[in-house]
Design a protein around this ligand. Structure first.
Ligand SMILES: *Cc1c(COP(=O)(O)O)cnc(C)c1O
Length: 397
């Protein structure tokens, strides 16, 4: 730590967002190390991506073994890991068919295409998909249009049409938008980027009943909330409902680019030419996905996620009381601390710059902090994180 900090020459990297002047070099478990040797307790984990932390041995072994065997036979052929991971996902969910993608946005594009295709075949070309204010579905044109982020409707105008917006947890706001052009309703079981806002069970159950009665598809975007994050393998399982389509991303690859579109037999209606992609279902990534899902399904693992989610929740509640904040919310290990003012971005910066060890958290809205640690984070690391938060809140008050 006595060495002068290395300057970062990043002039060739396209500017897309303000990044701190440091380079991440190594990761292990819940800890990241930068190029100056400084360590960070990582409660971001690649944006809820590294569900098993950094450098998970099972993932490394799966990646190495598959790299030596077969990297890409082309999407025109079946491969073994693609078949095994598909079976693993359908055996453990209400879905029957899986199409792999490379990012959450791409999986959601697939879901939108599948719903529109189903509408062409079954609902005289109905194509509108009701989505929700403050939702986030990705950064392609269609998924930006589906998202309810303020300002995104004009950012790259014109939008892809057909995504009227309802209010989460308000069935009447959905009913008002239904026309003979409506084919589906699409939502995140827990709005992630919107500020960790869970859909409630009564709403999800009545939405499922309403969509069924009106011959509409129900699509859950579990890119952030799926794969163990909420303490169940899939977030929809909290609601005792069966959606028609689900998308997965982030956690399913544990850090590698892997995503999936799942559908029931009744809905999986693509025909040759409708859907595909050069890297889709490649064995290198699906082999890693098998290792991830196997580890999530190991006896006791999801119980431990729920337990640690309760611990984090309890700790955040007491921090809220100690500092007169506005409470906490979330499901499992996807949680937010609601601040009483817009100090989120300042806290994120102070946490990162803290020495000797930094803390990585994020503030999707200026009045809250979001926590998405590795699902195998230790209880001790949760306590460490909370104590750093206390220290920073003292400093800022
Ligand atoms: C992150 C996210 C996406 C987009 O996933 P990418 O892999 O970044 O394309 C879509 N939906 C939700 C709910 C997300 O959190």
């Amino acid at each position: 730590m006595n060495k002068p900090a290395q300057a970062v020459d990043h002039h060739s990297v396209m500017f897309i967002t303000q990044r701190p002047e440091l380079v991440m070099a190594e990761g292990r478990g819940s800890w990241l190390t930068d190029n100056n040797g400084k360590r960070y307790l990582d409660f971001l984990q690649g944006w809820a991506v590294n569900c098993l932390g950094h450098s998970n041995q099972g993932m490394i072994d799966a990646l190495n073994a598959q790299a030596k065997k077969l990297i890409n036979p082309s999407p025109a052929f079946y491969n073994e890991p693609m078949i095994r991971l598909s079976n693993l996902l359908t055996d453990n969910s209400c879905f029957n068919k899986v199409f792999f993608a490379n990012s959450g946005a791409e999986a959601n594009e697939g879901a939108i295409k599948l719903a529109r295709k189903w509408g062409q075949l079954n609902k005289s070309g109905a194509f509108e998909i009701i989505t929700f204010d403050h939702s986030f579905h990705g950064r392609t044109l269609a998924t930006m249009s589906a998202s309810g982020k303020p300002g995104w409707d004009t950012m790259f105008a014109p939008q892809v049409p057909g995504f009227p917006k309802a209010d989460l947890n308000d069935l009447d706001s959905v009913k008002k938008l239904v026309t003979d052009k409506t084919v589906a309703v699409m939502l995140e079981p827990v709005q992630g980027e919107g500020g960790v806002i869970p859909a409630n069970k009564a709403f999800m159950q009545s939405l499922r009943q309403f969509t069924k009665e009106n011959n509409l598809l129900l699509i859950v975007d579990e890119v952030q909330a799926g794969c163990g994050r909420t303490g169940k393998l899939f977030a929809y399982q909290h609601f005792d409902i069966e959606p028609d389509i689900m998308t997965l991303g982030k956690g399913i690859g544990g850090g590698v680019p892997l995503a999936a579109l799942l559908a029931t037999d009744a809905v999986a209606c693509f025909v040759p030419g409708d859907q595909g992609g050069t890297y889709n279902g490649n064995p290198l990534m699906t082999a890693v996905g098998i290792s991830v899902i196997d580890q999530l399904l190991a006896p006791g693992f999801l119980d431990s996620v729920r337990k640690k989610g309760e611990l984090l929740s309890k700790e955040l509640q007491s921090i809220s009381t100690e500092f007169n904040l506005a409470g906490e919310r979330g499901e499992g290990l996807l949680r937010a601390l609601i601040l009483s003012s817009d100090i989120g971005p300042k806290l994120v910066e102070l946490a990162r710059e803290r020495s000797p060890e930094g803390l990585l958290i994020n503030s999707p809205r200026p009045n809250l902090l979001r926590f998405m640690p590795a699902l195998n984070v230790s209880e001790d690391e949760i306590h460490q994180m909370c104590n750093i938060l206390r220290e920073l809140l003292k400093k800022i008050h």
